[in-house]
Design a protein around this ligand. Sequence first.
Ligand SMILES: [Zn+2]
Length: 432
Amino acid sequence: MSRILLAGGRIIDPASGRDEVADLLIQGDRIAAIGPAGSLGPADRTIDCRRRLVVPGLIDLHVHLREPPAQTAEELPETIASGAAAAVAGGFTTVCAMPNTRPPIDTPQAVRYYIKRGREAGLARVLPVGCQTAGRAGRKPADLAAMQAAGAVAFSDDGSDVADPKVFEDVLREAARLGAPAFCHCEDAELAAGGAINDGPLAMVLGLPGNPPEAEEAAVQRACDAAARTGCRVHICHVSTEGAVEIVRRAKAGGAPVTAEAAPHHLALTEESLAGRDTVFKVSPPLRCGHDVDAVLEGVRDGAIDCLATDHAPHSAKAKRRPLAEAPAGMIGLESALPVYAKALIETGLLTWPQLVARLTINPARILGVDLGRIAVGATADVAVIDPEVAWRIEPTHFASRARNCPFAGWDIRGRAVTTIVGGRVVYQQEI
Ligand SMILES: [Zn+2]
């Protein structure tokens, strides 16, 4: 069995509260020992981690890998393999792949395809999310039990809501019976009315249809109420408005089994980014106003929002060249997320590194109910080594992702993953 020694790093494990400078030994696919510098004996490979953070591999509950189940993928803006490469370059060792591919992931065969292709890539763990409804059409529940048996870890019709209340209720009751979380993209389609950007001051200036905060908030309220009624663990995707944060906070206080995530762009950008009509800033839910960003940041700080998730959404340059009203919504995030989180949450003093790491590791692991996201003797050796100080410029042309639609291109930023280890294998090492 190979022995890898991570020497002299600051080991942070939010699950246990460990935060100390020490050596960490990986043997095979497990963490074998943690001890004082120089105490763990010889290794086949030693990685100098001084002045670096050694943390559980990051977990992203929300990415889009675009590859359709069992179909040729050449023209796509991302594949399972390229998305998994982007993940490990960003420090992520586990990603949940959303099912709104074409065709969608709504059968056990499609789930198995995703698992197989993820294993073949041999990079980040790719955990498929199955559709909530057949064909993601919203008319009848998909076969959740069969997809779970095939390996689906959660269910979502991400990209849209399940509008029909009876179908939505049936989906949540079945997910509750299976003990699986439902990942809900909360957007009331009628209220959203096809809006291209936030229904704020800028929509008026640009003469574009707006998507109002109420469209998100009505749907978040409905999902939280349904969670309380059905007992289903409802996870609210990409919370973006002040009102939505407050609804989630109240639902949790009332005991509803609700969790929530926020995306990097909703922590770091406002609708004003769209003043130049650059479609790279078009996303769903849309970039909101400054008070919304402040409320989402506060939600992440006080725990109303449990975890961070990129909503990595690759699109081709061609698709993004269409006019703002018609261009697809979505931005990539896996390779820029960590420094953006650090800038929005650590440099501002809202969170410490251990608190940020919790929101990227053990918190999402608990939402999934998987035994990952920890650094402990005997635990799976999924580890990210982070240089918290290194300054660099975000240049999407260097990304492992096939897509380039990154809203943070050109940002001078601080902090990045330098080594990523999955199951005891070094799958990413930043070239120095
Ligand atoms: Zn979504």
